[in-house]
Design a protein around this ligand. Structure first.
Ligand code: GFB
Length: 310
């Protein structure tokens, strides 16, 4: 991939695609191709084919997906499986048919079995039952991985797959019904502070453990893999450390400067008990995350606070 290569970033208005565009621009890549959802509906096979025939991108970052937190995943499983299967099937196939040199597909750490040994290694894929709250999403992502691997096997298409852990950062979704835990808690503590509310409700028991990766670190890893990795085996992208949801809530409360108490609503699902990636494969390739959790949350909080008062 050189600075003048035609590079298509699918999903550039989203958290991940936006960060990949920023990373590529910062490194001087000057021939980026993007389309908004209104300009190109990636679930529409004919439209996707026509776009690839016209643009013929050489490199494709497939960061377009329907994503959401635990409640959105368990409430709208049909939408999660349908939209993700359509988007990834259309894009992977059209990229191959129109001569793309390489494609990066983004999966998720929820592809691993609910009770996979921790930290989870790449070879744990398809070794046990999935977490029910996000099974539809995970099955779609697993289908994308197997599709990428199959196009490599049958057609020699250079498709690679990265599995990011839970992500956060500027540009995230802060809607309390559909977001992931980290942006939801930033918003809840911020609003409770402004309103002087005595308590903030955190879903579940606070005991599940999650690993959080800043999206700018993920984008850096994606560009690194596009340049340096070419194999059918998936690659985990994480920081290699996790925190409990209770610890996360304490940290966010502190960063926001909230003075009240935290209460847990155990009627809401905990989801999978622990989701920590083994990142030794990516480390041995020469990449590691550089943004600490506290520092990353502080930056994200600043972004959110500026935006919500704009
Ligand atoms: O981030 P999250 O929605 O997704 O929830 P998952 C993580 C944990 O935080 C769960 C708890 O135990 C939630 O119960 N939690 C506490 C909250 N308070 C809140 C809150 O206000 N909002 C939210 N959303 N959670 C998702 C999957 O799983 O992770 C997706 O559904 C995807 O498929 C994504 O893989 C990365 O980590 O449980």
């Amino acid at each position: 991939m050189d600075k003048t290569s035609a590079i298509y970033v699918a999903g550039h208005r989203g958290l991940v695609g936006g960060a990949i565009v920023r990373a590529l621009e910062a490194e001087g890549y000057e021939n980026l191709i993007t389309r908004t959802h209104a300009e190109l509906d990636l679930t529409d096979q004919a439209a996707v084919r026509a776009f690839f025939e016209a643009e013929r991108p050489e490199y494709v970052f497939l960061a377009a997906a329907k994503v959401g937190g635990i409640l959105a995943n368990s409430t709208y499983p049909a939408d999660f499986i349908r939209e993700n299967l359509l988007i990834q099937t259309n894009v992977i196939d059209a990229a191959y048919r129109n001569g793309a040199k390489k494609l990066l597909f983004l999966g998720s750490s929820c592809i691993y079995p609910k009770h996979a040994p921790q930290p989870m290694r790449e070879e744990h894929l398809l070794t046990g039952p999935l977490e029910p709250t996000n099974e539809a999403y995970a099955v779609a992502k697993i289908a994308g991985i197997v599709m990428a691997q199959s196009y490599r096997k049958q057609y020699g298409f250079d498709a690679i797959c990265a599995q990011p852990t839970n992500l956060y950062g500027p540009g995230d979704n802060f809607d309390l019904e559909t977001s992931h835990v980290l942006p939801a808690l930033i918003r809840k503590f911020h609003e409770a502070k402004l309103a002087g509310e005595p308590e903030v409700v955190v879903w579940g028991t606070g005991t599940p453990r999650r690993e959080f990766l800043h999206v700018d670190d993920l984008a850096s890893a994606c560009v690194f893999l596009m340049r340096n990795y070419s194999d059918e085996e998936i690659v985990n992208v994480g920081v290699g450390e996790d925190v409990s949801i209770g610890e996360l809530a304490e940290m966010i409360s502190d960063i926001v400067g909230y003075g009240g108490t935290i209460v847990y609503d155990a009627s809401k699902p905990d989801g999978t008990p622990r989701k920590l990636l083994d990142v030794s494969k990516l480390s041995s390739l020469g990449w590691r995350a550089s943004i600490g959790l506290r520092e990353g949350i502080e930056g994200t909080y600043q972004w959110y606070a500026n935006r919500s008062h704009a």
